[in-house]
Ligand binder design. Structure first.
Ligand SMILES: *[C@@H]1O[C@H](CO)[C@@H](O)[C@H](O)[C@H]1NC(C)=O
Ligand SMILES: *[C@@H]1O[C@H](CO)[C@@H](O)[C@H](O)[C@H]1NC(C)=O
Ligand SMILES: *[C@@H]1O[C@H](CO)[C@@H](O)[C@H](O)[C@H]1NC(C)=O
Ligand SMILES: *[C@@H]1O[C@H](CO)[C@@H](O)[C@H](O)[C@H]1NC(C)=O
Ligand SMILES: *[C@@H]1O[C@H](CO)[C@@H](O)[C@H](O)[C@H]1NC(C)=O
Ligand SMILES: *[C@@H]1O[C@H](CO)[C@@H](O)[C@H](O)[C@H]1NC(C)=O
Ligand SMILES: *[C@@H]1O[C@H](CO)[C@@H](O)[C@H](O)[C@H]1NC(C)=O
Length: 412
């Protein structure tokens, strides 16, 4: 292999898989685990806008849609989850034992569907078309944007408030990036024609680079032969540093983190509580977006700064020897194979792990219980019950707001 190929391959691996030190093997489920819950970011998707490339050899699914790589990552997650849970629930879908939830976004629904294809390959009485679809049977799920995509819940006006300093790059860290990286951003702007005063456009550039590398397409000459004082490798890694910059900013900013994921956190706690008491529930799973999945992971006490496509978390619940939970991460490595491994927790929880990595459920609940009551998402969203005379104009504004929101927020 030529040196240039080695560099290219290394770069590709770095670009696809931001976690460089993934364990090679998944942990085993605890013999006493009675319930498993997982959350995941959608798989690899197209950017919200394409760099001009003629002809383009990738991205035919459309803006923001799940790609073939995203499907492979999600299927890898599903098959790894099945290996992990073993016979906790049957391969065949059992309506009494499992529940699945997705954001309304196409990429999340398609991710969940592909995960479930890996997790629930039908057998015996579940088989129905072995000639064409031997390993696939439909599995239902609910779409719930209050849980998994609060930023596009049109009535949630508070969402506009918490996103404003992020969308406008007014948070100190984002402002600082705009100043510190001005020369580079100007270079990106001159070569893309995209307004780099908005870091969202730099993030779109990073998303294009990810796809170009994944699909072995040709990078633009302004990256491979830079006309500013950077090496091509430096340019690439500078561009990649803007990937998901707004989504990560949300997870780091308490008002955004809490509003995006507080309601999901209360749902997770309630499911764990129910399962610890008495319940047929064996598995619950959720598919969402970076800012929401990363936020809920932080609220659960997991130490994590970024989230690659199709990555997320797994929670195991034991009733014996005493009610306790274990927090795990899951990551693609980098496309078809997937790995489930112990999460690093905040110090307060890390100190409470037993020798198997489990934490007393009550201790955990007391630690993560939100200060504000997010189980009432309408209240958290600043929604007052509308008076009857105002309700028709409320509806009109809500429709207008939904249109604006879906335009502004479409990329997440
Ligand atoms: C599930 O697998 C475990 C471990 O292999 C085994 O002990 C148990 O009997 C199995 N349970 C069922 C219901 O098949
Ligand atoms: C770029 O965006 C900034 C901030 O949104 C705006 O003030 C500026 O006018 C835009 N520039 C161009 C050339 O559109
Ligand atoms: C890109 O090239 C690599 C290495 O040759 C290969 O493994 C991979 O499948 C290619 N990607 C696509 C989408 O064809
Ligand atoms: C536990 O289950 C019992 C019976 O199923 C029920 O009466 C009780 O309220 C439950 N407790 C909690 C804390 O959910
Ligand atoms: C489905 O789950 C219920 C509740 O746990 C259980 O009683 C039933 O046996 C399961 N059905 C099959 C076919 O495994
Ligand atoms: C779990 O934590 C609760 C609250 O601190 C405590 O009362 C209980 O004894 C603990 N259980 C075990 C088995 O340590
Ligand atoms: C629409 O958005 C505006 C500005 O964010 C907000 O003040 C208003 O309450 C929203 N109305 C509805 C019905 O969501």
């Amino acid at each position: 292999m030529q040196i240039s190929n080695v560099i290219l391959l290394t770069l590709q691996i770095l670009l696809v898989c931001s976690d460089h030190n993934l364990p090679s093997k998944s942990v085993k489920i605890d013999p006493n685990t009675v319930f498993v819950l997982f959350g995941t970011r959608h798989g690899n998707r197209n950017p919200g806008q394409y760099l001009p490339e003629n002809p383009r050899t990738w991205g035919f699914e459309g803006f923001n849609e799940l790609t073939s790589v995203g499907k492979r990552q999600s299927y890898g997650l599903g098959t790894e989850l099945r290996k992990f849970i073993g016979n906790l629930t049957s391969n065949n879908y059992n309506a009494s034992q499992v529940s699945y939830y997705s954001s309304s976004a196409n990429r999340c629904q398609m991710t969940l569907q592909t995960v479930l294809a890996g997790l629930h390959p039908p057998e015996t009485w579940g088989d129905w078309n072995t000639a064409v679809l031997d390993h696939w049977s439909p599995v239902p799920y609910s779409i719930n944007d209050q849980l998994l995509r609060m930023y596009s819940v049109s009535e949630c006006t508070q969402s506009n408030v918490v996103w404003k300093p992020i969308d406008n790059d007014q948070l100190p860290h984002l402002k600082q990036l705009l100043t510190e990286k001005r020369q580079l951003l100007n270079y990106f702007q001159a070569n893309t024609g995209w307004n780099m005063s908005n870091l969202g456009n730099a993030a779109d550039l990073a998303d294009n680079l990810i796809e170009i590398n994944l699909y072995n397409a040709t990078l633009p000459a302004w990256i491979t032969k830079p006309t500013i004082n950077y090496t091509p490798q430096q340019i690439e890694s500078e561009i990649m540093s803007f990937a998901e910059v707004h989504q990560i900013a949300c997870a780091d900013y308490a008002p955004c983190r809490n509003l995006m994921a507080g309601y999901w956190l209360t749902d997770i706690l309630s499911k764990l509580h129910k399962a610890s008491n008495n319940s047929d529930q064996k598995v619950a799973g959720y598919a969402s977006h970076t800012e929401i999945t990363l936020s809920v992971m932080k609220l659960l006490g997991i130490t994590k700064d970024e989230l690659t496509t199709s990555a997320g978390f797994v929670v195991e619940l034991r009733k014996l020897p005493y009610p306790s939970i274990r927090l795990l991460n899951h990551d693609p490595n980098p496309i078809d194979s997937h790995v489930i491994y112990p999460a690093t927790l905040v110090d307060a929880l890390e100190a409470r792990k037993d020798s198997n990595g489990f934490i007393n459920l009550t201790v955990f609940e007391n630690y993560v219980k939100p200060a504000e009551d997010y189980s009432n998402w309408k209240k958290a969203c600043g929604i007052a019950a509308p008076t009857s005379s105002a309700s028709s104009s409320f509806l009109k504004t809500a429709v207008l707001n939904a249109t604006i929101l879906s335009y502004v927020m479409g990329r997440r």
